[in-house]
Design a protein around this ligand. Sequence first.
Ligand SMILES: [Zn+2]
Length: 291
Amino acid sequence: MAGNDMAVSGKPGRVTTATFSGPRSCRHDQAIAAGNDRGQSTRWSRSVFDFRLRRATAASGALSYHHLCSCQPANRSQAINSLPYDNAVLAERALAIADNARELAALGWTPATSSNFSMRLDPRHVAVTVSGRDKGKLGADDIMVVDLENRPVATSARPSAETALHTQVYRRFPAVGAVLHTHSRAQSVASRLFARAGNVRFEGWELQKAISGHHTHESVLDLPVFPNTQEMSELVSRVDAWLDAGKPLHGYLIDGHGIYAWGVDMAEARRHLEAFEFLLNCELDLRRLSA
Ligand SMILES: [Zn+2]
């Protein structure tokens, strides 16, 4: 984060406490500007470095504070939002992630704080869920920013353990805008059942057409199953190897774990995720009924 700036997020109406990190050599009153994701800004003059602020924030609760002390003219020219990403875009994406995560949690696909979700902010930054949060109750504080090398940006929060699998998708597919990872029962059971084959092959299902690029039930749709590991670099290598072999990839299962699916935007990612869930349930039912 640039020089004297800091970002604080809070929930609407909540007391937000922040410590201003400007130079203590400054003897002038500090002018603090706060900008929210609607582009509004307000100024306060303070002679202390710590301030307490009660303010109804915008929906995302995202605020940026900036040191605009007159003793440092250079600071005056800083834009309200000098974060390396667009705060308004983050607010919008965070809302979309929270809304979709709540719906997926209601379906029972994110048990026990599992699962993680992300959306691209720009070519270099991704909004991703903070580790270990209840996906049915995500707020602005539960979504953070990382760069494409998995480094947290302008936050001390810890991203989901599997963030590397999200950023890999964004690096490999520049058009992808959203990545969803869930742990539904069907995804978990199917991943065990098809682990030995290393792949689930869907053929003859009308719903294959829900996957981008598939225009007929007569197409063949492969969903690979990669072995589970707590070493994310191993999983990243397996996904890279699949893609480097030139095989199409719209999503994948991890053995005993869950699914990853993605799309150019949240709507397409949801459609892909729901199609895979439906198709996996169909394959499981066929095996149950023909047992
Ligand atoms: Zn997981």
